[in-house]
Design a binder for this molecule. Sequence first.
Ligand code: SAH
Length: 235
Amino acid sequence: MNVSESEIKKFADAAHGWWDADGEFRTLHQINPLRLDWIGAHVAVDGMRVLDIGCGGGLLAEALALRGAAVTGIDLAEKSLKVARLHALETGVKVEYRHVAAEALADEQPCSFDIVCCMEMLEHVPRPAEIVEAAGRLVRPGGWVFFSTINRNPKSFALAIVAAEYLLRLVPRGTHAYEAFIRPSELAAWCRAAGLDVVEFKGLEMRIPNLQPHLSDNVDVNYFLACRRAAASGA
Ligand code: SAH
């Protein structure tokens, strides 16, 4: 299977902290409104069927559901799904959480989502191109796919690993492996191979001194990619 057991264990071990806005996942909490607005700028999510691949504790999944989407969140860390389900119970937000691989879900129900999100996840799997391929099968023709990941170059090594993990301690040490980072050109090629048209790259920067994340056109380190599956011919 296209999964790293050590990566899944890392997230499962930290799962209790998913909703702690000041804890291990605080950066994800900080960027959540930004990515939500960025998705919303491309497509109105209200009433849409949305799949969140690698949903973790459900930060993005719940936020999308609050905006009126019918959201399914999938992850392979059972503990994270438990935390996500409990949190949704507490908040009363309706999200369906499933322990299933994206590739398996694509076999089971192809073309069944208007929007597929896969944020901060591709750099944690052995063969990310296969997740992109599955996303391309899961989304309906004309639907949207949103990715976020980290670029691979000396600057991203310095900022996303040395600074973020060791100097500033924004994320725990060992969160990321440099070799697993993905260049925008690589991601774009995988998308095209999956039948997805690249619509927009956007950078996510955190500047010193306040480290407040903001969107930019600089994709050197963290970045987002919006894609669209071509509409079926004759549709
Ligand atoms: N997308 C969420 C969580 C990102 S952390 C967010 O941005 O808020 C990465 C997540 O990917 C973790 O929850 C981890 O368990 C999950 N993951 C890693 N490998 C996976 C795989 N092969 N299939 C599904 N989820 C996976």
